[in-house]
Every structure is written in C-alpha cells, then in structure tokens.
Design a protein around this ligand. Sequence first.
Ligand SMILES: [Zn+2]
Length: 275
Amino acid sequence: MRVLQVKTYLFLIFISVGVHTACTTVPITGRSQMTGLIDSQEVMQLSAEAYRQVVDSVKLSNNEEQVAMIKHSGTRIQKAVEQYFADRNQSEILEGFHWEFNLIDNDSTVNAWAMPGGKVAFYTGILPICKDELGIAVVMGHEVAHAIARHGQERMNTSYAQQVGLSLGALALGEDPTVLQRILFEAVGIGSNVATLSFSRRHESEADELGLIFMAIAGYNPEEAPIFWERMAATSGGQAPLEFLSTHPSHQTRVERLKAAMPRALEYFKASKGQ
Ligand SMILES: [Zn+2]
C-alpha cells in the first residue's frame, strides 16, 4: 500500500510537471491541449512509419484522374496553410510535417483520415459523396485540420497518461518505442489492414471549424461544406451510420456549427480571391 502511494505520488508529480510544460494551444481556436508528455518529433517519426505500413499493406488507387484530384487538393490546402502560418510568424506549428496524400482503392469504405505530421489517406468509397474536387476539399480541409490541431498527439498523450497511471510508476515507459508505437496504433485505430481514426466529438467539431478556414484560404468555396455533409447524411439513409458519420458529430449539430463559422471562412475565401 505504501509503495502504491509513493508511486501514485511520483506519477502525480510527473503528470503535473508534464502538464505545466506540455500544454500547447490549438492554432486559431486557441484551445489549450496536452500534447507534450510524448516528444512530438518522435510521434511524427512513428506516424511516418505507421503510415508507410498502411500504404504498403493496401491497394492504392490507379485511377489517375482521382489520384490527381486528391493530391492536387491536398497540396493546394497544404501550401495555403503554410503561407497562412508563415504570414503570422507561426511556421513552427508545421515543423516536422511531411505531407502525403494518398487514395486507397476501397469502394466500400466511406472514410478518410489523417495521422500526425500531415499523413492523409482517402478511400475511393468516399469519392461518390465528394463528387468533385470541391467536395474533396471539404474532407481534405477537415483532415488537414486534425493533423495541424495535433488531435492524434493529444489522443496519444491522454492514452499515455492513462497507461502510465494504470501501470503506476512506469516512468520509463516513454523510453520503450514499442509501447509508444502501440499507443500510436491505438490512437489512430489501426487494425489488421484498414486504418480508421475516431476522434472525440470535440476534435471533430474543431476539425470542421478549422477545415472550413483551411479550404477557404486555399480558394475553395467553404459554402460547399454544409452541402457536402447533407449529401453524406442522405447517403447514410437513416440506416446504421456510415463509418465516417459514426465517429463524427450528429448531422444537425455539424451543419449548425458550420453555418455559425461560415462568415469568418467566407472572409478568408474572398481574400484568397483578392476581393
Ligand atoms: Zn474527423
């Protein structure tokens, strides 16, 4: 019992020291988050390896036109975001990012996801709902936002803190790369050969809000976003929610929030068009 108390005490010190030094702020929304218990560069490195494993284990699309749309939309939003933060002397937000945008050939999976460091994947199953590059930009903006807001890292940190707590005193956990890799895989939900990300609703709403701005600064009309989500909801047809919907806020809440965030996004959109 006594040992347990000492270990708990050590853990609390560890966590409180960590929290003081480890809080970062989500760009634009200003929300405070815990991301620094695990070294961010290490997460990016692990993420790059995990992404490579996924990409190597699935069949990528060979539809040149669709692949080009994914890569074009992703790169366009990436460049706009880089410019946006450079203009505000905040380029450090994107430090360690190595963007990749891939299209996985899987028509039955209606989903897309992003790993830490800007590693994005779409499934061909979401493309009929996207319809065109503008629809892709809605999803791309949302996924880029997950990466920039470091939602993966935040999840990993929460999981890490919980696991350190559970193992009481395993303060050297961070030195074990297999443990970190397992936490990353859990955080991004990588199963046998299909990767899915399920973030909390708060993360989803934040990704929607930021995604709207990111697509707008890249010159994609943000007014497409609520229209896209209408299409997504119509496709689910009141049946069991599609994978993408099941991890996201309810349709009505999402559309209402998007509309509330629209005036600001439209300002960015007009600015991107030089109006
Ligand atoms: Zn999401």
